[in-house]
Design a protein. Structure first.
Length: 211
């Protein structure tokens, strides 16, 4: 006779659903759109006007390149709410409850470090040294204006990526003990990206080998 399994409690209807804050790289998206447009233009031209093995080689290259370009430019995103941080990188999706985060670190890249010491890079929030320099110049101008008796900015100037990391740190500090912020880190491989790219690479290698 089987033992009845405990059922999870019903969701609390009185508790409002926490909406995600979404962080993405506008420069990465713009670059990805341009690259995909170029690849599509060249690929369609080769498919239509190519001869011999050229259309097949082009098709295999398209199957390889389109998922990879999309993965590194359009796909990366960071979703954050009151319970967890979800990081969508080119080939993985990492879900980290706030209680499992040790720190959010910024250097030459932005990373989340878990309590067991594992590091995950935030591809959607790339570090821009140029933006940091521009923010530092704005801050310096604000200090100079304040010293001259004029009104200074209400907040210190920050680069966009650094401001996003500040927002994530505030969430991490505010919600580590929340009921929904408990649990283990989960990692899922993006087979929907890796599968087509691998298939295109295999076909391309075969076509080149038999040519």
């Amino acid at each position: 006779m089987s033992t009845p399994q405990p059922q999870p409690p019903p969701p609390d209807a009185s508790r409002p659903e926490s909406r995600d804050r979404i962080y993405r790289s506008s420069a990465g998206i713009a670059g990805g759109v341009v690259l995909l447009a170029i690849i599509g233009w060249l690929g369609i031209d080769a498919l239509v006007s190519g001869h011999g093995r050229t259309p097949w080689l082009t098709l295999a290259a398209l199957i390889l390149l389109v998922p990879l370009v999309s993965a590194f430019t359009l796909r990366p995103a960071v979703y954050a709410n009151e319970e967890r941080l979800r990081v969508r990188n080119p080939f993985r999706v990492i879900v980290v409850p706030w209680s499992a985060i040790a720190t959010l670190r910024s250097g030459y890249s932005n990373e989340v470090v878990t309590t067991d010491g594992t590091k995950y890079q935030l591809w959607a929030i790339p570090v821009s040294l140029r933006s940091r320099k521009r923010a530092a110049k704005r801050q310096a101008r604000g200090v100079a204006a304040d010293n001259a008796g004029r009104v200074s900015p209400a907040k210190p100037a920050r680069a966009q990526a650094d401001q996003a990391m500040d927002d994530l740190r505030e969430l991490a500090e505010a919600h580590p003990s929340a009921e929904g912020a408990q649990g283990a880190v989960s990692v899922r491989w993006a087979y929907e990206v890796m599968g087509p790219a691998l298939a295109g690479a295999v076909v391309l290698v075969i076509l080149l080998a038999v040519g």
